[in-house]
Structures are given as structure tokens and as C-alpha cells.
Design a protein. Structure first.
Length: 277
């Protein structure tokens, strides 16, 4: 076997929501930099979500992309809301690939379906976006601590996790905003918890990204009267519309690399100025 090179060589990254979108982008980038990947996704529809979820075929495509880049991969279908399921996926991945050095807790849901109550939408968003992240880190952290080789955790929040913009009390986005704010508190607490073990914990806060979470009919309906001009006004300060998944991946890849070895407890916006507008 040819020895792999790159700034992630010899490392194993656990990535949730890996079947498509930002998760797939992160997986392929880290594999190209030498990492092996534990790839996890629910690969099933959720009734309370207004857009289609990833499929097993999507996850298989991610797996193929990782292998094309020379990486090993341990792929698992698991719901991050289910602590037992995510725990079993992490345990199997660690056994197969030899540990875990980076956790990218990326799985999340956005706009709620209009067919569920506001109360159910609120709970669903909290369960996936906050409880699911907690379950993921709790599943991986004991192994990272026991390994004694440090590591990094990156949590995917949102520009709405630093701003209340978008909340209207309807239940469509209130849970999303609350859940993404909650992640900032978790990250800061975990940074204290894991620092003695040389494990860094940070969050990234994208504005709108060109993935299925945003590129769907439900979100499009919010912009029935788009502003004039070539660039849609989605709230960014810079004259850009949706960001690309790779824009977020660049930040994630840096945060889990040794180049960011002294960066922890940071909420990093990758948002084209959304938060400061």
C-alpha cells in the first residue's frame, strides 16, 4: 500500500451528514489531504422536514469519492438523534479504521414542513441540530481522550446561530435559530472539557450554502419577489448570493489541521458578512 501524504495523513475523521452537501464536501477534501473517514448519514426521509433527505445512494457516492482519493472509509446509516445508533457507528468505524482524530458534527435540518405543528417543528430541529451534535461528540470523545493523541472537533452551526434574523414566531425557523445558538454554548463548554487532552473544539457559521437544505421549493417560496440584479439578496454583506460547500470545507479543513493547533472555543463565521450586516 502506498503511504499517504497530506496534512491529514494518518488521521481519521468522523463526519455526520456525510451523504451529500457540506458533509460530502468535507469528506472528499479531507480524504484528498490524506485522512480516512467514518461517514454517517440517516439516509431516510424525515416527515417534519420540508425538503428531501439524503439517500443510501448518496452515501454510496460519497464512499466512492473518498476511495477515489485514496482514503479508507467506514460508512454507516444512523440517526444522530439515536445515541445508541450513533455510538455503534462510531465504535464500528474506530475498530475498522484505527481510531478517530477529528469529529465534524455536520448533520442538521433546516426549514420545517408546513404539514407539522409549530411545536413539532421546534422539537425536531432541536433534536437533530443540538441533541444530535451532543450525541455525536459524546460517542467519539471517550476514544479521542483514551488515544492520547489530541484532535479536533468542528460543529456546524449557522450564521443564524449568531443572529436572530429570520425568526418570526411561525415555528418554521424558530427551532433552527435556537438550536444553532445552543451549539455555541456546547462548543465553549466542550473546549474547556477537552483542552486538557489537547482536543480543540470550534464551530463554523455559514450563511446560505448551495445545498439541498437551501435549494428546494420550500425555501424558494420565501423569495417569490426576488430583488433586481444578478446577485440575489439573501442577507450577505458581500455582493454574493449562496456560498458553495467548498467555501465552508476550506474553513473546516483548516480547523481540524495542525495549522489551527492553538485555535479552540471559536465561533467562526463563513458568511460573506451576514452577521455584521
Amino acid at each position: 500500500m502506498t503511504e499517504r501524504t497530506g496534512r491529514q495523513a494518518g488521521k481519521v475523521a468522523l463526519i455526520t451528514g456525510a451523504a451529500r452537501g457540506q458533509g460530502r464536501s468535507h469528506a472528499l477534501r479531507l480524504a484528498s489531504e490524506g485522512a480516512d473517514v467514518i461517514a454517517v448519514d440517516i439516509c431516510a426521509p424525515l416527515d417534519g422536514v420540508a425538503y428531501p433527505m439524503a439517500t443510501r445512494e448518496d452515501l454510496d457516492e460519497t464512499v466512492a469519492g473518498i476511495r477515489e482519493r485514496g482514503g479508507r472509509v467506514s460508512a454507516h446509516v444512523a440517526d444522530v438523534r439515536d445515541a445508541d445508533a450513533i455510538g455503534k457507528a462510531v465504535t464500528a468505524g474506530v475498530e475498522e479504521l484505527g481510531g478517530v482524530d477529528a469529529v465534524i458534527a455536520n448533520a442538521g435540518i433546516g426549514m420545517a414542513s408546513p404539514h407539522v405543528t409549530a411545536a413539532q417543528a421546534f422539537r425536531d430541529q432541536l433534536d437533530v441540530n443540538t441533541v444530535g451534535v451532543w450525541n455525536t461528540v459524546q460517542a467519539a470523545a471517550p476514544t479521542m481522550i483514551a488515544q492520547g493523541r489530541g484532535g479536533a472537533v468542528v460543529v456546524t452551526s449557522s450564521s443564524m446561530g449568531l443572529s436572530g434574523r429570520g425568526g418570526d414566531g411561525s415555528g418554521q425557523m424558530d427551532g433552527y435559530i435556537a438550536s444553532k445558538h445552543a451549539l455555541v454554548g456546547l462548543v465553549r463548554g466542550w473546549a474547556h472539557w477537552l483542552a486538557p487532552h489537547s482536543i480543540r473544539v470550534n464551530s463554523v457559521h455559514p450563511s446560505g450554502v448551495a445545498t439541498t437544505m437551501v435549494l428546494n421549493d420550500a425555501v424558494a417560496a420565501l423569495f417569490t419577489d426576488p430583488p433586481a440584479g444578478d446577485v440575489p439578496d439573501v442577507g450577505n454583506l458581500l455582493p454574493v448570493g449562496l456560498l458553495e460547500p467548498g467555501d465552508i470545507t476550506a474553513a473546516v479543513a483548516w480547523l481540524v489541521s495542525d495549522e489551527a493547533r492553538y485555535v479552540t472555543g471559536v465561533a467562526l463565521p463563513v458568511d460573506a458578512g451576514f452577521v455584521v450586516r
